[in-house]
Design a protein around this ligand. Structure first.
Ligand SMILES: [Zn+2]
Length: 371
């Protein structure tokens, strides 16, 4: 049996299916490519994921914050993220676009042949629940991602907890601007301009914009603002994955409810970000086939919706076809190694293949100083 860790992510709400009269082109301009000799790569492909960063760690991890233990378990701080990037870079990892890992051959989704710059190991990074959900606002994360007046990606947060309330625009406290800056300084950390995968839900909008149907006030305006950010992200080599619409447990909801979920994704998120082939299971909980090896109704719905690569959660790298049984319909499946407070404290040995936990752990802000 393949083991997987169930991650506790935060939410579940449902919107109403509705067809949007919006069209949007997602063709990105080509990111700058780095000229380097590429060689065939047959080793493992690492895929690491975390959540939105604890942009204001003193607030996020304070004892008075009701989110403290969730944040401490599921997230990392900006200092940890920066140290993580440095260690991965020093260990010769380089970011690859997840969509380059597979291709369609004779109607089947198969692993693609990989070529990477000599001496580099391909790495996928992904970030879950990038909604900046209103229920978590003002508890230590940023409010939203923006494109500033110079066309740069930044975070924006209304600082209400200080004696002097203000709106802060930062390039240094969320994964998007931090990674942008890191790749700018270390272009060989990115293969062909690739950045990372942003895993979205839709129940409370995306990227800090209230694009879901439950916003009846200024939804169109929010969608238009979100599109500006999406377009910039695509241009800069980022891509998107579906992390469901309402963040439900796949195996616990009915087929009917699952269908509604997908319809909500198609009508409320896809028109803003375009179609994605990547499905990232909430909580790392998944189902693929019935006992006779045929796809379950829910998995068939995902296949019919155009998803091609399916991502679970596991501390060891796994990129292969599931299920193993001979007569089953095979699905290309990739596990993602969680990088969060919980795994930093409990998976030190396993993570040492990637970095030394002691080198990145935020002893300053984490309540638990012993690891
Ligand atoms: Zn999640």
């Amino acid at each position: 049996m393949k083991k997987f860790i169930v991650l506790i992510c935060f939410f579940s709400i449902v919107g109403i299916a509705f067809a949007l009269p919006l069209t949007y082109s997602t063709s990105p301009s080509s990111p700058t490519s780095i000229s380097s000799n590429k060689v065939l790569y047959t080793g493992q492909v690492e895929h690491l994921f975390t959540h939105c960063l604890l942009a204001y760690p003193a607030l996020a991890l304070s004892e008075e914050n009701p989110m403290q233990s969730d944040y401490d378990r599921d997230c990392i701080t900006p200092n940890e993220f920066k140290a993580l990037l440095r260690e991965l870079y020093e260990n010769n990892y380089a970011l690859i676009d997840i969509n380059k890992l597979f291709e369609e051959k004779d109607g089947k989704i198969v692993k693609a042949t990989l070529e990477v710059p000599e001496g580099k190991k391909p790495l996928v990074l992904s970030f879950d629940d990038v909604a900046y959900d209103q229920r978590k606002m003002k508890s230590g994360m940023v409010d939203k991602i923006i494109v500033d007046e110079n066309g740069k990606l930044a975070s924006q947060t209304e600082i209400t907890w200080s004696t002097k309330p203000s709106v802060e625009i930062s390039y240094d406290n969320e994964f998007i601007p931090i990674l942008e800056d890191f790749v700018e300084k270390h272009p060989d950390f990115s293969i062909d301009g690739a950045k990372a995968t942003i895993c979205l839900t839709g129940f409370d909008g995306i990227l800090g914009y209230r694009t879901s149907l439950k916003n009846t006030e200024n939804r169109i305006q929010e969608i238009n603002s979100a599109k500006i950010v999406v377009e910039k992200l695509l241009e800069k080599g980022w891509n998107f994955a579906c992390h469901s619409f309402g963040h439900y447990h796949m195996t616990k909801i009915s087929d009917e409810k699952f269908k509604e979920e997908l319809e909500n994704w198609k009508s409320q998120v896809e028109p803003i970000i375009g179609q994605t082939s990547i499905y990232v299971y909430p909580y790392g909980e998944w189902e693929l086939t019935n006992e006779d090896g045929t796809p379950t109704t829910k998995h068939q719905m995902l296949l019919d919706s155009g998803f091609k690569l399916f991502c679970g959660v596991g501390v060891a790298p796994f990129f292969s076809y599931l299920p193993y049984s001979k007569n089953s319909t095979k699905t290309l499946f990739m596990d993602r190694t969680p990088i969060d407070g919980y795994t930093l404290r409990t998976q030190k040995d396993s993570l040492s293949r990637l970095f030394e936990v002691e080198d990145i752990y935020d002893y300053e802000f984490r309540p638990n100083k012993e690891i």
